[in-house]
Ligand binder design. Structure first.
Ligand code: ADP
Length: 303
């Protein structure tokens, strides 16, 4: 069983020939709307792989909110603790995707996600206490993330995304003490240690300086992921694919890692599964629409 305490957004996606710089207007292609939000994406990623997933989150009291809640439910996610917050709009993400490289840039308007409060975690019954894995990100208030980690009965997996400059290992110390597996991308790890990470040695050294989590898994885009556990470092290469849209690669990764850990797989195998899940997600457009099924992942891994 997996519990996700996190964000739920409506993604508004526009393909662009290149990303705009300040002051520039770029003429994009056709607008697509998809369910998104790091929390919801990771919940759906795990559910498509066959995990039993419950989500704690907030949408607005608008049409987008009911559409997103229904979408989660259709994926088999338990949405009893996904409620509409009166007076708030549903969170939205404005996403530009570069047509050639698949690279995205994103603006999030968090809306109702900001109303997800620590007491909502406590009010979600035994869902966090009973979960094998509680999966957390940082698109909701920091106090709520901490409350969720405190209430979690099983393994706590934190994806410290999105990166912010205020997100140092010092400011996150209380939270990190409650985290078992930390899953940052390179930029998030750099923000945490306060300097750029130019090569894999720098990444491994930075991961080793983090106190609290028993394992750190750094995602490295097309280079795969670095697993740092008990002083040992293992680079698990990415699968060779042709990416068309990297939106939600990290979310696919985290959902898959949580699923594998909940099933009791050792971390080095969990990391392989997560690499395959995320690789598939980059080959298709959109966030939730791009998340693969278990059969697709097993086929890619040659099972
Ligand atoms: P984020 O999407 O959070 O920035 P990354 O870019 O590190 O995170 O990607 C997450 C994971 O997605 C990587 O660890 C890798 O497994 C997979 N991935 C990302 N880009 C590619 C790619 N071009 N080819 C294959 N796998 C990829």
């Amino acid at each position: 069983k997996i519990a996700v305490v996190g964000s739920i957004n409506l993604d508004l996606v526009v393909p662009v020939p290149h990303h705009p710089v300040p002051g520039e207007t770029v003429l994009g292609g056709e607008l697509a709307e998809h369910p998104g939000g790091k929390g919801a994406n990771q919940a759906v990623a795990a559910a498509r792989l066959g995990a039993q997933v419950a989500m704690v989150g907030r949408v607005g009291d608008d049409e987008a909110g009911s559409v997103l809640r229904a979408a989660l439910q259709r994926e088999g996610v338990d949405v009893r603790w996904v409620l509409a917050e009166p007076g708030f709009r549903t969170g939205r993400a404005l996403i530009a995707v570069d047509r050639a490289s698949g690279e995205n840039s994103i603006i999030v308007s968090p809306g109702a996600n900001t109303a997800l409060a620590p007491e909502h975690c406590a009010a979600s019954g035994t869902v966090l206490r009973d979960a094998d894995v509680t999966l957390l990100q940082q698109e909701i208030p920091a106090a709520t993330v901490e409350a969720a980690a405190r209430l979690a009965g099983g393994t706590v997996l934190l994806n410290p995304a999105p990166a912010r400059s205020t997100m140092t290992r010092e400011s996150l110390r209380d939270l990190l003490d409650m985290v078992d597996i930390l899953v940052p991308n390179r930029a998030e790890l750099a923000a945490m240690v306060g300097h750029e990470l130019h090569d894999l040695h720098a990444v491994a050294d930075a991961a080793r300086t983090l106190r609290g989590p028993s394992a750190v898994v750094v995602t490295l885009g097309a280079d795969g992921a670095l697993l740092c556990e008990e002083g040992a470092v293992l680079l698990v290469p990415a699968l060779a694919v042709t990416p068309v849209d990297t939106t939600a690669a990290g979310d696919a990764y985290c959902g898959a890692l949580a699923c594998a850990v909940a099933e009791g797989l050792p971390l080095h195998e969990a990391v392989r599964n997560a690499n395959a899940t995320a690789a598939l997600a980059t080959t298709r457009p959109g966030a939730q629409p791009s998340l693969p099924t278990r059969a697709e992942v097993e086929k890619l891994l040659g099972h």
